[in-house]
Design a protein around this ligand. Structure first.
Ligand SMILES: Nc1ncnc2c1ncn2[C@@H]1O[C@H](COP(=O)(O)OP(=O)(O)OP(=O)(O)O)[C@@H](O)[C@H]1O
Ligand SMILES: [Mg+2]
Length: 438
């Protein structure tokens, strides 16, 4: 217990003067004294000792009154000093900077953390405008904001959620702050208190996280791009090199077949088997090449490649597929990155429908316009659940989202009105690095 607290306790004891019994005794004494004064006034000439005694009694009572009043004032002063000291120590132990300004926005309170944060001593700043701690370009705005808050009690700046505010240290350094403001009136005057926190470190950490996210996104895009380039190269070689060699082999076999002796039918039959095998090899090579990358995506464009993909899927899966291409002309001026992203998204959607949906029908709509491509893929299968989207080892939809988001597009996956699954993809038509294949 410190000296201030002891004084307060003494003053609490002194307040026993206000007890009703003591009050009654004091009142009775005063009435008695009044009676004595009247007696002295009336009988003073008869008994010469009476006025003198009464005068002494009066002086004693007046002295006691002055003593009690002075003591009361002192006690009140001690009390208010003690509570001020307590408040000051609370404010100084706060981890946030606390600044109070009056209606003219001059500083009237500046706690210890504020001294550390702004690098200025309390005695230098008290009575001075708050402006010195706000960067020049924000001063007018900030002043207006406090005035508006004073009038309406509404603050548009819920610091910490959207806007980062900036403070200015005494050494001229700007730093980000998170702050809240409140107002109170005392003796008819209005005061505003700002509680603020220096968030330089947090901001740096957030910037660091954002930067590394961006780097990861770029790295992942680069990996996809490299994979796509590699697939294109293999697809081209399969198509051009192997395809031509196989065609040449077929022609040679035909030449040989014609010259085989008719007397040996086994040789002819063997040559026919070889021809059938060669045909199969050509078909497989085409399919593998197209799966790797449909060269028609580069040669003919997105709409034709999507048609081919759906046709091929329908043949392989037996599902009924319907494709509608709206505003086909707007699908012509599409960057390689955007057309690859859309094509790969369609390819993954169809693979998923084939593997997971149990659907009978698939509807695909392609539309273009306003600088973007919109694709909708819907099936009438079992539908997708929220848990499906968070499967740890499933990468198809995640990769699709990653690729589309990187290009500035969006992917929406939901249960379709008819019960199946519906994917909605939007991609900027000229998205991605120009000339890239991602
Ligand atoms: N059309 C669909 N109908 C029903 N469920 C679906 C459909 N598409 C996806 N799913 C569900 O969503 C999950 C995630 O799909 P995703 O493509 O991300 O991964 P995956 O197909 O399981 O594996 P992969 O990484 O090989 O693509 C699937 O496992 C499946 O349960
Ligand atoms: Mg998948």
């Amino acid at each position: 217990m410190d000296a201030g607290d002891r004084k307060v306790l003494t003053s609490v004891k002194a307040s026993t003067l206000g007890h009703p019994v003591i009050g009654a005794a004091v009142a009775a004494s005063l009435i008695g004294l009044l009676g004595l004064n009247i007696a002295a006034f009336i009988g003073g000439s008869a008994a010469s000792w009476l006025p003198g005694s009464v005068l002494i009694a009066d002086l004693l009572v007046i002295g006691a009154g002055i003593f009690v009043a002075a003591r009361g004032v002192l006690v009140a002063e001690h009390r208010s000093e003690a509570s001020e000291a307590r408040l000051e120590s609370i404010l100084d132990s706060a981890m946030d900077a606390i600044i109070t300004v009056d209606a003219a926005q001059n500083i009237v309170l500046f706690n210890r953390t504020a001294e550390q944060v702004f690098g200025a001593r309390r005695d230098e700043v008290l009575g001075n405008p708050l402006d010195r701690f706000i960067p020049q370009r924000f001063r007018t705005l900030h002043r207006g904001h406090i005035q508006h808050f004073g009038r309406t009690g509404v603050t548009s700046r819920k610091m910490g959620d959207v806007t980062t505010l900036w403070g200015l240290r005494a050494n001229g350094e700007e730093f980000p702050v998170e702050a809240s403001i409140s107002q109170a009136a005392q003796d008819g005057k209005r005061y505003f208190t700002v509680i603020l926190r220096d968030i330089t470190r947090r901001k740096q950490a957030e910037d660091e996280i954002n930067r590394s996210h961006q780097e990861l996104r770029e790295l992942s895009a680069r990996v996809l791009e490299a994979r796509e380039e590699e697939k294109t190269r293999i697809a081209r070689e399969l198509h051009d090199e192997l395809g031509q060699l196989l065609t040449a082999l077929k022609m040679d076999l035909s030449w040989l077949r014609e010259r085989l002796p008719a007397a040996n039918p086994d040789l002819g039959a063997k040559a026919d088997e070889m021809r059938a095998l060669l045909d199969q090899t050509v078909t497989s090579t085409r399919r593998i090449s197209a799966d790797l990358r449909p060269l028609m995506l580069d040669d003919l464009g997105l709409a034709d490649a999507a048609n081919w993909l759906l046709d091929d899927f329908s043949k392989r899966s037996g599902m009924k597929c319907d494709i509608r291409v709206l505003a086909e002309h707007s699908l012509e001026d599409v960057s390689p990155a955007a057309s690859t992203a859309v094509y790969r998204a369609l390819q993954e959607s169809l693979t998923n429908i084939g593997r997971h949906s149990g659907a009978k029908n698939v509807w695909v709509t392609f539309a273009g316009g306003n600088g973007s491509i919109q694709v909708e893929v819907e099936d009438d299968g079992r539908g997708i659940s929220p848990e499906d989207l968070t499967k740890a080892r499933s990468l198809g939809l995640r990769g699709m989202r990653e690729r589309i988001t990187y290009l500035g597009g969006s992917l929406d996956i939901a249960r379709a009105p008819r019960g199946g699954t519906r994917l909605r993809i939007t991609v900027p038509a000229r998205g991605g690095p120009s000339g890239g294949t991602t």
